[in-house]
Design a protein around this ligand. Structure first.
Ligand code: C5P
Length: 330
C-alpha cells in the first residue's frame, strides 16, 4: 500500500488566448502549489481492472475519473498485472479550480511507480500526464511554475517564498469547458479580441513574467526600491513584485458576471487585509494572500462566521511539496 498527499494549486494570474484547432485554448499562467490536499492510497491485489473508492458522491468511480485513466496508462506502459485499488480521501473542493482531480491522477501515477518498483522516464511521465489533462503536468513539478500551451507545458520558476493564504470554497461548481465557451462568447461579442490582439495579450503575459524574473528583487532578494517595505520580510518581496505587475485571472471576466457572489467574496478577502485576491483557475474557489499567518487565520475565522467555507493555509515551495508528498509505503 502506498499513501501520498495530493496537493492543490492556485493560479497567480491566468491569461486565455485563442481557441485552437484541437478545441483547447492557448493559456499563460503561473501555477503555485498550496498545502491543502487530498490523501490517495494505492494498492495492487490479485485480479485485474481498476477500482476507485471514494466516499464523496461527486467523484466519478468509472473510467471517466482522471485517476482511472492514468492508472490504465501506467499499468499498460509498465506491462504490470493486478487489480489497482485507488482510495481517495476527498478534502479538496470538486470543480473548484484547485486542480484536485489532476493532482489525484499524478498522485496515482507516482504511487503506482513506487508500488511496482518500476519507473517511467521524466518525459514519458509528462507526456502521459498531459494526455490525461492540461492541469496534470504542473503536479509533476510542484512549487512555482509557468504554464504555457494549453497549460500542460510547464516550466519550473524560482520558488516564491511561502506565503499565508485563505481559500474560500463557495457552494458553486464551475465547469471549466463552459467557462472557456463563455470566454469565447464574450470575445465574439466585444469583437475586440482579433487573433493579433489575442496574441499580443499572450506575449504581454510572457513579458510580465520575464521582467519580474529578471527584476531587482529576484536577483538580490530586495524589492525594486532596494528597501524592504515596512513590516515585511525580504523573503516575500518576489511575490509582492509579481502581484504588483497587475497579473489577473481572465476567468474572472466571465465567471464574476455569472456568479456575482464570487466577486463579493474577493472583495471581502481584500477588505480583510489580503494584499492580493483572485479566483483560482475557472473557480469557484477564491484565494487571498496575506503578509502574516495570523492575519490569514483571523480572516478565515471572520469569513467562517459569515457562513463561508474558509480555510487558512500556506503556499508550498517545490522542496516542501516533494518532502510532504509521500505519507507511507515507500
Ligand atoms: O485538459 P482538461 O481535460 O483539463 O480540459 C478540460 C476541457 O477544458 C477541455 O476539453 C476544453 O474544453 C477546455 N480547455 C480549453 N483550453 C485549455 C484547457 C482546457 O479549452 N487550455
Amino acid at each position: 500500500m502506498v499513501t501520498v498527499r495530493s496537493f492543490a494549486k492556485i493560479n497567480l494570474g491566468l491569461r486565455i488566448g485563442q481557441s485552437r484547432a484541437d478545441g483547447f485554448h492557448e493559456l499563460r499562467t503561473v501555477y503555485q502549489t498550496i498545502a491543502l490536499h487530498d490523501v490517495i492510497t494505492v494498492k495492487i491485489s490479485r485480479g485485474s481492472g481498476i477500482e476507485i473508492r471514494c466516499a464523496d458522491p461527486r467523484v466519478p468511480k468509472d473510467d471517466t475519473n482522471t485517476c482511472y485513466k492514468t492508472a490504465e496508462r501506467v499499468m499498460d506502459r509498465l506491462a504490470a498485472k493486478g487489480r489497482v485499488i485507488i482510495e481517495i480521501q476527498k478534502k479538496l473542493p470538486v470543480q473548484g479550480g484547485l486542480g484536485g482531480a489532476s493532482s489525484n491522477a499524478v498522485a496515482v501515477l507516482l504511487a503506482l511507480e513506487w508500488k511496482l518498483k518500476k519507473t517511467l522516464t521524466g518525459p514519458e511521465r509528462l507526456r502521459m500526464a498531459a494526455e490525461v489533462g492540461s492541469d496534470l503536468p504542473l503536479f509533476l513539478v510542484g512549487g512555482t511554475s509557468l504554464g504555457v500551451g494549453r497549460g500542460e507545458e510547464v516550466y519550473p520558476l524560482p520558488d516564491l517564498p511561502t506565503a499565508a493564504c485563505v481559500m474560500v470554497a463557495p457552494q458553486i461548481g464551475v465547469s471549466t469547458p463552459q467557462a472557456f465557451r463563455d470566454w469565447d462568447g464574450m470575445a465574439d461579442r466585444k469583437g475586440k479580441l482579433t487573433p493579433s490582439g489575442m496574441s499580443d495579450r499572450m506575449n504581454e503575459f510572457g513579458r510580465i513574467v520575464s521582467s519580474w524574473l529578471t527584476g531587482p528583487s529576484s536577483q538580490s532578494g530586495k524589492p525594486a526600491s532596494g528597501v524592504p517595505a515596512k513590516g515585511r520580510g525580504r523573503a516575500e518581496t518576489p511575490l509582492l513584485d509579481l502581484v504588483h505587475t497587475g497579473i489577473e485571472n481572465d476567468f474572472e471576466k466571465v465567471v464574476f458576471p455569472k456568479y456575482p457572489e464570487l466577486c463579493e467574496i474577493k472583495q471581502a478577502l481584500l477588505r480583510a487585509g489580503a494584499f492580493y485576491a483572485s479566483l483560482s483557475g475557472s473557480g469557484s474557489v477564491l484565494y487571498g494572500l496575506f503578509h502574516r499567518r495570523q492575519q490569514a487565520e483571523k480572516c478565515a475565522k471572520q469569513l467562517k462566521g459569515q457562513g463561508f467555507s474558509a480555510t487558512a493555509t500556506t503556499t508550498l515551495t517545490r522542496p516542501q511539496y516533494w518532502k510532504k508528498f509521500l505519507v507511507s509505503g515507500f
